[in-house]
Design a protein around this ligand. Sequence first.
Ligand code: SF4
Ligand SMILES: [Zn+2]
Length: 529
Amino acid sequence: MAAELLAELSRFVHSRADDADRELLPNEELRGFLRRHTKSDQRFFKKAELIGLYREFVETERVQPDPRLFRALRVKPRRTLSGVATVTVLTKPYPCPGKCTFCPTDARMPKSYLPDEPGCMRAERHQFDPFDQVDARIRTLHRNGHPVDKIELLILGGTWSSYANDYQETFIRRCLDAMNGTESKTVAEAQRRNEDAPHRNVGLVIETRPDHVRPREVRRLRDLGVTKVQMGAQSLDDEVLRLNQRGHDVAATRRAMDLLRAAGFKLVLHWMPNLLGSDPQKDRADFRGLWSDPSLRPDEIKIYPCSLLENAELYDFWKRGEYRPYEDDELIALVADCKTQVPEYCRINRVYRDIPSTHVVAGTRINNLRQCVQDELRASGRECRCLRCREVVKHEVVAEELVLRQLPYETGCGRELFLSFETSDDRVAGYLRLWLPGDAVPDLQIPELEGAALVREVHVYGQARSLGSEAAGAAQHAGLGRRLLEEAERIAGSAGFRRVAIIASVGTRGYYRKRGYRLDGTYMVKDGV
Ligand code: SF4
Ligand SMILES: [Zn+2]
């Protein structure tokens, strides 16, 4: 019965998704099918159940492997579109050195998190234990049909840099232990083991405050294997920062960005409209500064409209009539205007923070802001050109149809080149971020970076097949990552650099070794480019 259902489901999926442009079967279509094909007791099949059956039947050779069917069953397929699964973990509750007016406090959570946010509930269930959080998440992702051989680890919670060094080291070692399936005594040992572990770490993200980023801290983050840093810029107006008690100025954000870029980190900034002391017009001007100021220009951005929460100090300002949350239409219009300003090298990860609406005292509670903003843009004939809006959602692209583009831009102390492979329908199939240091680079005392051009990120979505390999299962990896890397080496060489250094996660070292790189310090380097 189950085998017949899978066979019928396979026929259905292939009939609906035969067109190469429709690789992702819309959820409603699959749900419709499952409603028509219930179990003998009339209950519905769950996707995870069918994934389990599929795996079991393929293993026992009762059905043929069918990648398209398997993809259609995957829960929230966009999550691992590029083959990388993100595992989010929370650090233990701990006070933050910040006193931000808008930031909620809950003794059960690290500062700024609320106990009923989904990721927080998961962390609390595991008593914030790093090993258990990672282990459980990998299992769930696997059960839901996602690939889990490449893991991006996202560590959330307050200000990472304010936790004790011992705690940081234990936390990361235990996360790696969970991916490795073995225990290590030190972070370095766990990192070595991860190079060929079943779940390789291909990205490690922490969040911190700009005023905590110093050269020593930058070196420490590298030792811990961090590859991406999220920071709250929140505003580019010193007066707004002061009113909201951020405890740092815009110059600190610029300095931190320059330091982190010089060490090759991928850079995510958080920006908050509707802060105390701002208004929609000021916010529009403020947002422009993120792109006009060469020291900022982040790779990714999270727009977090300020939410008014009862357990934040901002609440008292609101009660005294000194703060006004924006109305829905004001916020939609503002975020739509912001989106159109974002350059093609940047990805907008979020346009709202997923706070359960019961906590929001006043102001907007729309949790589909992204959709409302997209509708607004469409209605006014505008579009967002950010990476997220342009990344391919297909699983295969035709290599010969891709065009390699170069987008150069200046940064605080060097020149950045955003190289991208684009499809004929204006989608990004893969990209690479190359940074060419200028003359006034901050001294980080990282000897392996001396005289090196830096590859800060290589990202390929899905797979590329070559023309002539149309037959099912014949998709071949056309090596977009390799081609991007070769182009970066060529550009770096002709710009006078003799060395290329890549801020590679521990789990990607093997990939770069095969391409002639060797480990030097915490970077993969190649000389004589
Ligand atoms: S720095 Fe971040 S976590 Fe700390 S109080 Fe400010 S917003 Fe909250
Ligand atoms: Zn966008």
